[in-house]
Write a protein that binds this ligand. Structure first.
Ligand code: SF4
Length: 267
């Protein structure tokens, strides 16, 4: 903005007025080079994604690099939704930005084990897949979709064993359907603390959580012949909940029907 001679003059005046360089060091006088704080572009791992990522050239790596670190998701107050898990823990790793950063590092080689790195599972663990970030993030990060794709890569492509809680809770509509005809008996049995403890231990559920009562009426959506809760349920009004298991099953079913699954987030 200013020529070299002017900058020298600014420097000389500032040195007289601020000999210890306390005021705005490096801002106007002796500024850092323009590109000093830019993030270096690193090669990105091309993953053959199960979802289409229509607006990111079909690449998960491009999608996760939508996050520019603006930080709306970690703002102390919000007028929107996001990010409920960050508001609960206040940990950067549980924010949309933190999760995106971990995925970026997994796909640009900073994390040597890539998507299989434990840091990835830890970062995604508390994401509720509520899709709050889809509407609130100014750069259009859709962590629920990235989580679905990452879990698909981890368990279906890399072959990592699913945690017990995924296998059991991912099939909740099935267990609910099995329990529905004998719901009163199930509910009475569940009142015994020892049974509750055993069920939670078996399902990998934290002992502090309570188990909801079973209902006589089944509350699931059948779509393409598979229970996939991707639509609003007509009975309970609950929104889309795509668990790791159901999303993989949904993908398989769509493929067998001749479709190619698209990413839910399209903007
Ligand atoms: S989808 Fe996950 S990352 Fe996005 S707002 Fe919900 S909890 Fe946060």
């Amino acid at each position: 903005m200013y020529d070299a001679e002017s900058m020298q003059l600014f420097g000389a005046v500032k040195a007289i007025c601020d000999p210890d360089n306390l005021l705005n060091p490096g801002n106007i006088v002796e500024p850092a080079p323009l590109d000093a704080d830019l993030r270096a572009v690193r090669p990105r791992q091309a993953v053959t994604a199960g979802l289409r990522f229509l607006h990111d050239d079909g690449q998960l790596a491009n999608a996760v690099h939508r996050c520019t670190g603006v930080g709306k998701c970690v703002a102390p107050t919000t007028t929107g939704v996001m990010c409920p898990s960050f508001f609960a823990t206040r940990e950067e790793k549980d924010s949309t930005r933190g999760r995106t950063r971990v995925l970026q590092e997994a796909l640009d080689g900073t994390l040597v084990r890539g998507l299989g790195d434990p840091a990835v599972a830890e970062a995604l663990d508390l994401c509720l897949a509520c899709k709050g970030c889809v509407s609130d993030c100014p750069t259009g990060v859709d962590m629920a979709t990235y989580k679905s794709e990452t879990l698909h890569q981890l368990h279906d492509v890399l072959g990592e064993k699913r945690p017990r809680s995924h296998a059991l809770l991912g099939q909740l509509p099935r267990w609910a359907a099995l329990a529905a005809p004998v719901a009163p008996v199930v509910n009475r049995t569940m009142r015994f603390a020892v049974v509750q403890r055993a069920v939670k231990a078996l399902a990998g559920i934290d002992q502090r959580r309570s188990i909801p009562a079973s209902r006589l009426r089944r509350c699931a959506v059948r779509w393409l012949g598979v229970d996939v809760s991707v639509r609003r349920c007509r009975t309970c009004g609950s929104g889309p909940t795509r668990s790791a298991t159901t999303s993989s099953r949904a993908m398989r079913t769509q493929r067998s029907a001749g479709w190619r699954p698209a990413a839910w987030k399209l903007a």
